[in-house]
Ligand binder design. Sequence first.
Ligand code: FES
Length: 239
Amino acid sequence: MDKFKPEQLQFSDLAISHFSGLLKNEKINQSIRIGVKKAGCSGYEYFFEYEKTHAQDDTVIKHDDCTFLIDPKSFEFLKGSKVDYEEDGFNKGIKFHNPNATSVCGCGESFTVDSDKNFSSEVTSQVKKKIKILPHEEFCPEGAIIEALPGESILEACLRNKIKIEHACEMSCACTTCHIIVEDGFNNLEDASDEEEDQLDKAWGLEQNSRLGCQVYPIDEMTVIRIPKYTINLVSEDH
Ligand code: FES
């Protein structure tokens, strides 16, 4: 049964020709998954992956020799969008014109949505979650309990509340300075990506419940975190 209505997601000719070029070089994977995940400087970001087969609940869209797969949660965010391919000087790539995005960051890869709209609760949480930060001599001597806004990472919530955890790579998962240890609520967090795991391996004082604050979003009503005594920067500079 075809549940997809073409007006729900459109592709420009340039976008189709771009994807078709990519798929021509793929021997095993014959489809492209388009999705939305929590991340980025503005809350959510688009991602693309090659796929061999589709899941039962995927929306499947065929255009010429391209097959696109979209999971139901991502589809809620993408509905009504036009997927385009644009070249602007040295910048070129896929651009989303997404009517659900209330603001888009400069790179065009991440965006926010109106939290009053009913997007899937598995992708975005409408309820503000609390984060308890255990006392840290430098960043939070008394300890604190703060609230995270929907779509906000633990690091973003801390920074907004003036708990200045280091973030040397500006939250791009390329350093370990936002290393935190999750004392309570660890098991319910989304799994770490391979990139996060790789970075964590370099963290000072790595523990079983270590995460990168910029990559992790509170799930439980209250998540308890501890900021390690040192970061990799401090160790190399001062210790
Ligand atoms: S700020 Fe660099 S990994 Fe989080």
